[in-house]
Design a protein around this ligand. Structure first.
Ligand SMILES: *Cc1c(COP(=O)(O)O)cnc(C)c1O
Length: 229
């Protein structure tokens, strides 16, 4: 068995254990394999092991892989920063976008989403640790941004996403994820259909699942360390 296949099995077992510990069912948590910088052969290996959801950060790199893997039934998620001039290709090639932080990008994605495709699934990225350098809207901006996105015809607002400040301190991880959960609950009072909390990476998946993540975005634990550039 390949290393990627072995890692994938291990991550799934870990997800199962985390779900049980949190009194949740594993089937309500989607494992998103984050494949940035990985060649399409690595994605194919994961696919052969049953992986269907893949997350990509860099548009040109992802378009190359999408073209190389058209024979596979992959659900593609865009999880990188988005510039205005990239929205058309994203609207045409992806099923999910996790990194919406301003209305202008959402408007462009809605306008450019091909009408033959179902609405594009959207998560609003929240700057939950309120770091100046970080992407995402501030928590207080959420109600207005959610209302505006909710009105766009070719988007389906699904929930929230965050990349909390990297820390080994479990209590800090917990606090950030719990804050995300409470923001989701506030939005669900207005939009009951919201069902997604995209949070948790290789270093904090356990805590994220304990606090209510419904999509965990896992790169390193599946594909190994990324080369440093
Ligand atoms: C790279 C990346 C991940 C995966 O991180 P790992 O630590 O490798 O699991 C998750 N989410 C986003 C937005 C990323 O850019």
């Amino acid at each position: 068995m390949s290393r990627i296949a072995e890692n994938l099995i291990q991550v799934r077992q870990q997800l199962e254990i985390n779900a049980q510990n949190a009194h949740r069912t594993a089937s309500e948590i989607t494992l998103l394999a984050v494949s940035k910088t990985r060649p399409s052969g690595d994605l194919r290996e994961a696919y052969q092991q049953g992986q269907r959801n893949f997350g990509e950060n860099y548009l040109q790199e992802s378009l190359d892989k999408i073209a190389e893997l058209t024979d596979l039934d992959i659900c593609w998620h865009f999880i990188g920063p988005i510039q205005s001039n990239k929205t058309k290709a994203i609207a045409e090639n992806f099923t999910w976008v996790h990194t919406i932080e301003r209305l202008k990008i959402a408007q462009r994605l809605s306008a450019q989403r091909p009408t033959a495709l179902p609405p594009l699934n959207i998560c609003i990225q929240v700057n939950i640790s309120e770091e100046e350098s970080k992407s995402g809207c501030l928590p207080e901006e959420l109600p207005t941004l959610a209302a505006d996105i909710h009105r766009l015809p070719n988007l389906c607002l699904r929930g929230l996403m965050a990349i909390p400040k990297a820390t080994d301190n479990i209590n800090e991880q917990k606090a950030a994820f719990a804050k995300m959960k409470s923001l989701q609950l506030e939005l669900q009072a207005v939009y009951p259909h919201l069902d997604t909390l995209s949070m948790g990476m290789s270093g904090d998946m356990d805590t994220a699942i304990a606090e209510g993540a419904t999509i965990v975005r896992i790169g390193t634990a599946i594909f190994g360390q990324r080369p440093k550039n």
